[in-house]
Design a protein around this ligand. Structure first.
Ligand code: PLP
Length: 397
């Protein structure tokens, strides 16, 4: 494991994982835009193939690695206090490759219900085609998790906090329950938390996954994904990536590296703004329910207080008056753009029943707890008061 840390999040965001020197004495990392790598002669090639090349950045082919991508992998590993990490072209490439690396036909996966719909789709619709069973349990419910574990369970998967309802499982307890059964891996999608608010590996979790498209890159201009953890597990995921082919492009890796430098500053502001919005929403007469893990009214408040350093930038809420009333609030929120995604500099807003789940009937929406009047607000880095005033004005309009 890496040595214990002495630096704060903001210092680590700028420096963690950076090499002592870079080619050409450059302060910043470069973009090594290449699809393949050359060898001076057969002897150097053979030495590399035997694993004896001293240059850790050395690769044979672009699908297996890239120096710019390596720097991103080192930085994320340091930020997560993990041994190593592996980088992907998107969050879903990271998630699906990690799952495929960890399970085989005949295995069983447990998934917490409230999670990104494409992850749920992969586990519940695609994995069964390859002979992998699953159980879906209520978010954060560790008794239901224990009851769902079977002899052939090999993977437990959740988000921390979940999207969009912000449920938090007690990750320390979760990893204890799972470890007691042996041979089961835990994989946490920590996209909403970021390493600034939560470090699942310190709580005993095996692997942490991120959609770098969100907070890590932070500017809504690039897709990416990463999986961090101990070397022996990450190398399984890396081997699967090298076959499946979802590696990060070097230019995208450069943009994520640049975004990471301001991660802590952005997340601090987003934590502060989202909490202020959530508190203001709770007092508004047109709002019937607010979901923000650091609100006393949230079912996960106690564990969120204990495990999260901040609640993150997403607030979900339900307005009275149904689907149409919610659409009016969305349309009148001047500061927010209507868009999918979250975690960037701009405040974004969407109505999940219309954006992410438009194909579902009212009955199907009810089954997955998506109220037609649910609004998901993902705050950006604008001034806190401006965001609060804009949301309140939209509710009053
Ligand atoms: N995990 C979470 C929590 C997400 O919200 C998303 C996308 O919205 C993903 C994973 C997938 O990431 P990407 O869009 O980068 O593939």
């Amino acid at each position: 494991m890496p040595a214990p840390r002495t630096y704060a999040n903001s210092t680590d965001s700028v420096h963690a994982g950076a090499p002592a020197a870079r080619p050409g004495h450059s302060l910043t990392h470069g973009i090594v835009q290449t699809a393949t790598y050359t060898f001076e002669n057969t002897e150097t090639l053979e030495r590399y193939m035997r694993g004896e090349d001293p240059d850790a950045d050395r690769e044979e082919y672009g699908r297996y690695g890239n120096p710019t991508v390596h720097e991103l992998e080192r930085r994320l590993a340091e930020l997560e206090h993990a041994e190593t990490s592996v980088s992907f072209a998107s969050g879903m490439a990271a998630m699906t490759t990690a799952i495929l690396a960890l399970v085989k036909a005949g295995d069983h996966v447990v998934l917490f219900r409230d999670c990104y719909r494409r992850t749920r789709q992969f586990v519940t619709q695609l994995l069964p085609r390859f002979g992998v069973e699953h159980s879906v349990v209520p978010p954060g419910d560790l008794d239901a998790l224990s009851a769902a574990l079977k002899d052939n369970t090999r993977l437990v998967l959740t988000e921390a906090p979940t999207n969009p309802f912000q449920y938090c499982a007690d990750l320390e307890q979760l990893s204890r329950v799972v470890r007691a059964r042996g041979r089961i891996r835990t994989l946490i999608d920590s996209t909403l938390a970021t390493p600034c608010n939560l470090r699942p590996i310190e709580l005993g979790i095996d692997l942490v996954m991120h959609s770098a498209t969100k907070y890590l890159s932070g500017h809504n201009d690039v897709l990416g994904g990463l999986v961090a953890g101990p070397g022996h597990l990450v190398s399984l995921v890396r081997d699967a990536r090298n076959v499946l082919g979802g590696i990060q492009d070097p230019h995208a890796a450069f943009l994520i590296l640049r975004g990471l430098k301001t991660l802590s500053l952005r997340v601090e502001r987003q934590n502060q703004t989202a909490l202020a919005v959530a508190r203001a929403l709770e007092k508004h007469p047109r709002v019937t329910r607010v979901y923000y893990a650091l609100l006393e009214s949230h079912p996960s408040y106690a564990i969120a207080r204990q495990q999260l350093r901040g609640g993150g930038g997403m607030v979900s809420f339900i307005v009275s008056g149904g689907r149409g009333a919610a659409s009016k609030v969305v349309d009148h929120c001047r500061i927010a753009k209507i868009a999918a995604s979250f975690g960037g500099a701009e405040t974004l807003i969407d109505q999940p029943a219309i954006m992410s789940y438009s194909e579902l009937s009212e009955e199907e929406l009810r089954r997955i707890d998506i109220d037609p009047a649910l609004i998901r607000l993902s705050v950006g880095i604008e001034e806190t008061d401006d965001v609060v005033r804009s949301v309140m004005a939209a509710l009053d309009a």
